[in-house]
Ligand binder design. Structure first.
Ligand code: TYD
Ligand code: MG
Length: 468
């Protein structure tokens, strides 16, 4: 009889402690430790969740594990094989497709479209000749079938190789992986599966950790790529995803505003690719539609409006035009509100301080709201100038001339700093009708875009004088 041991795991960082303490020594969070039972001996390789697994005949372990150490240049170079998901935007974020034997966590708020994107990807994998096991612990096979019929319509792929399983028992799901030998497994979601031998309810830290560990093992042994869905709240709070980040090979976050159609897919961690790339989708009646830059409904031609400034942000290899908006309203001195949507709130606070000190703006008693239109997220300093101009414009009811865009990082001294890929940004904005661009003086002379007047600006104060 295996003896079990009680340990304590931090809900915030996933660190394990032998005894309960009020403050997690790893991340400093208070009252975040929760007890869980760990069996004394680790699961032997080849047995997952009590199910004997047979290694997949072809793939084995995609990571090629070593038993001893060898000099790095003697390590055989492994061409990591990929399974294209058929969704170009998803493949881009994954770094070229799913890697056999790997585990991917897809996190996002409920209702953002995780099940939809995975069902669409599952169907394309099947169309490409793969076999997919879609295990849902939240919906019945009928519900999934209904959605599949609606999403894929007549295109419901040769149907044969898309297997549905509606179950909350992890043991039965792992057993099904062994039987079906799929190339891709989708588990929707980790919060609703459980192992009966653990004395904890589904969704608890103990269950989530253990079930995820079993799935990662099952992926390694069977050679299937496993995509695990995890719900997170707006603050990324719920136990699951945060706890699991270090267990899986890649963590993808599906973001967007549920009230807007746009969805952005990002990689927070990726052992097989860059974390810079993003995938763009739009939620439509017929499921998620892939977007390229030209699909974004932002053009730079419109007349200037106070509080709205257009700029461009770089994400991985692509350049996205975005509109930054701001609103100021009289608040209370000493407790004025500062709210950022889609922007970094500490960056916003810093920009307000620079506007006060070097831009001649009195904002101490003003509530300041700043947002990126359309539910996008911009955390690059290159958007500083656009944010500051939007705030100053909103405050005075002044706007930039029609077709004018602003790009630049603002330092604490109020000086403008050059940004990377300035030319790429200006080219993209020029293509969308921008006729004039305010950019840091340091970069202005280096770029020449036909039809776009590039104005070099030294400081924030000089930029504000362009508002009229
Ligand atoms: P869903 O994939 O179920 O979200 P999640 O798995 O992340 O919880 O999709 C959620 C929402 O998307 C749902 O409320 C309705 C909307 N939706 C569409 O607008 N069009 C569609 O074709 C589908 C399938 C869903
Ligand atoms: Mg779902």
């Amino acid at each position: 009889m295996a003896k079990s041991r009680t340990s304590f795991v931090c809900n915030e960082c996933g660190g394990v402690q032998p005894k309960w303490i009020g403050k997690c020594p790893d991340c400093g969070a208070w009252d975040s430790l929760e007890s869980f039972h760990e069996p004394a001996e680790a699961a032997t390789v080849g047995t997952v969740a009590g199910v004997a697994m047979r290694a997949a005949p072809t793939t084995g372990d995609a990571l090629g594990l070593l038993t001893g150490s060898v000099p790095i240049n003697e390590v055989e170079q492994l061409e990591v094989p990929r399974i294209p998901t058929g969704l170009g935007e998803l493949d881009r974020v994954l770094g070229g497709g799913l890697v056999p034997g790997s585990a991917i966590l897809l996190g996002g708020e409920p209702g953002i479209g995780k099940s939809t994107v995975l069902l669409q990807a599952a169907a394309s994998v099947v169309r490409g000749g793969g076999r997919v096991l879609y295990a849902s612990s939240e919906e019945s096979p009928q519900q999934i079938r209904l959605r599949a019929d609606r999403l894929l319509g007549e295109g419901l792929p040769g149907a044969g190789d898309l297997y549905l399983q509606a179950d909350t028992s992890l043991v039965r799901i792992v057993d099904e992986i062994r039987k079906v030998q799929p190339t891709v497994v989708v588990l929707d979601s980790i919060q609703m599966v459980h192992r009966l031998d653990l004395d904890a309810p589904p969704g608890s830290t103990t269950q989530i950790r253990r079930c995820c560990h079993d799935l990662v093992q099952a992926a390694k042994i069977s050679g299937a790529a496993i995509v695990i869905v995890g719900h997170v709240t707006k603050e990324g709070q719920l136990a699951g995803p945060k706890l699991l980040e270090h267990v899986v090979d890649a963590v993808l976050a599906f973001e967007g505003d549920r009230d807007h159609g746009y969805r952005v897919l990002r990689a927070a961690k990726n052992r097989f690719g860059s974390t810079q790339e993003i995938g763009l989708f739009e939620m439509t009646d017929g499921g998620l539609r892939e977007l390229d830059e030209s699909g974004l409904a932002i053009d730079s031609t419109g007349p200037g409006v106070p509080g709205s400034v257009r700029t461009a942000t770089i994400a991985g290899s692509r350049c996205l035009p975005v509109e930054v908006q701001a609103l100021t309203a009289t608040g209370f001195l000493g407790s004025a509100k500062r709210r950022a949507t889609g922007l970094d709130s500490s960056r916003l606070a810093m920009l307000i301080a620079v506007l006060e000190k070097h831009g001649g703006q009195r904002l101490a008693d003003q509530d300041v709201f700043a947002a990126v239109a359309g539910g996008a997220r911009v955390v690059e300093p290159a958007a500083d100038l656009a944010i500051a101009m939007a705030i100053a414009g909103a405050h005075h009811g002044r706007a930039l001339p029609a077709g004018t865009v602003a790009i630049g990082e603002i330092g604490l001294t109020g000086a403008l700093r050059n940004v990377r890929n300035l030319e790429q940004r200006l080219r993209e904005l020029g293509r969308r009708g921008a006729r004039q661009a305010l950019v840091p003086a340091g970069g202005a002379s280096k770029v020449g875009i036909p039809g776009l007047e590039v104005i070099g600006i030294e400081s924030l104060g000089a930029a504000i004088s362009h508002l009229s």
